[in-house]
Design a protein around this ligand. Structure first.
Ligand SMILES: Nc1ncnc2c1ncn2[C@@H]1O[C@H](COP(=O)(O)OP(=O)(O)O)[C@@H](O)[C@H]1O
Ligand SMILES: [Mg+2]
Length: 306
């Protein structure tokens, strides 16, 4: 039996992490994997992309084999406390919001740790004698916050005494550093700052986080134009055609600048990366993201090959 997979999606803010995480989840569900898409303080971004009612801190169904959850530290701590103490009344008594807030302020990594704890919990959750999910896709925060979240278990482990919480941090570390189970997927666009952060993440994955880098995603990557077709158009003296040619030339310049930025990525990262087009929809919805999912599918299937 293969063990459930965890795909952690990160990158610079605004590069399309949530869009890519949703597309990855749709691709996994589409190829038969029971998938959980987990976002963090997502404010219903995933729900609006998928065209479903707002998603809260409890798992809900978003399609065939696709579940989604929007995690937040307070709800995750509450849920954990409920598991330990079993009764809502006790949890309320010892863990009211004021206490949780103070707790979170005292140990900054705790919120991040508890959310990774929730991910870990769902990865090892069993239902009807088999894992409840085959894959969990985590729409992680952007670069800096993602790194501090992924380092939280190691930080906390050194700071707390032996006990159940330390055992959980050990299990989380084992999960995220297991190359068979957890992949870090970096999303970038062909632009300077996103590529810089992608390079940073690649370096951190190997040096600091000890995590396996999965295929990266180059979002909004422009495809090349046919030089021959451009030349043919350029031969025209029709002013309307010439205007189109000028626009296409600008696009080609932008594309080449983007490709130059991408060459700053380590070669192995660039070679394995999946390029996704910019969708023309004003606000990409489920249908648009499904098209991106189809483009991610070959990379998922390549991973299976020995
Ligand atoms: N491939 C794409 N084509 C068109 N629009 C996109 C694409 N990827 C992302 N977007 C849009 O860009 C914005 C930022 O994307 P989002 O996934 O929320 O990024 P992040 O999670 O990294 O902040 C959103 O409005 C989203 O709809
Ligand atoms: Mg996002």
């Amino acid at each position: 039996m293969t063990r459930p997979r965890l795909r952690i999606v990160t990158g610079k803010g605004g590069v399309g992490k949530t869009t890519v995480a949703t597309a990855l989840a749709l691709a996994e569900a589409g190829r038969g994997q029971r998938t959980l898409l987990a976002e963090i303080n997502g404010r219903d971004r995933v729900a609006s992309v998928l065209g479903i009612p707002p998603v809260g801190a409890s798992i809900c169904q978003a399609g065939e084999r696709l579940s989604v959850v929007d995690m937040n530290p307070r709800a995750a701590i509450h849920e954990y406390a409920l598991m330990v103490f079993r009764f809502e009344a006790i949890v309320h008594a010892v863990f009211d919001n004021r206490v949780v807030r103070r707790f979170l302020a005292l140990i900054p990594s705790l919120g991040e740790l508890v959310m990774l704890g929730k991910v870990w919990f769902h990865i090892q959750e069993v239902q009807d004698d088999r894992p409840r999910f085959d894959v969990v896709v985590l729409d992680a925060p952007s670069t800096g916050h993602a790194m501090s979240m992924l380092r939280a278990p190691a930080m906390v482990q050194h700071a707390i005494p032996p006990g159940p919480l330390r055992d959980i941090t050990r299990d989380i570390i084992a999960l995220i550093s297991d190359p068979e189970r957890t992949h870090l997927h970096v999303v970038t666009t062909p632009e300077e700052m996103p590529v810089t952060e992608a390079v940073e993440l690649e370096c951190a994955a190997a040096e600091v986080l000890q995590m396996k880098l999965g295929f990266s995603v180059i979002n909004c990557r422009l495809g090349p134009l046919s030089a021959a077709a451009l030349e043919k158009l350029e031969a025209s003296s029709d002013p309307e055609v010439r205007q189109v040619v000028a626009t296409l030339r600008q696009r080609e310049t932008r594309r080449l600048q983007g490709e130059e930025q991408l060459r700053r990525l380590p070669a192995h990262m660039l070679e394995a990366a999946v390029g996704l087009p910019r969708l023309l929809d004003a606000l990409p919805g489920r249908a648009g993201v499904k098209r991106l999912a189809e483009l991610l599918l070959p990379a998922l299937e390549r991973e299976e090959q020995p």
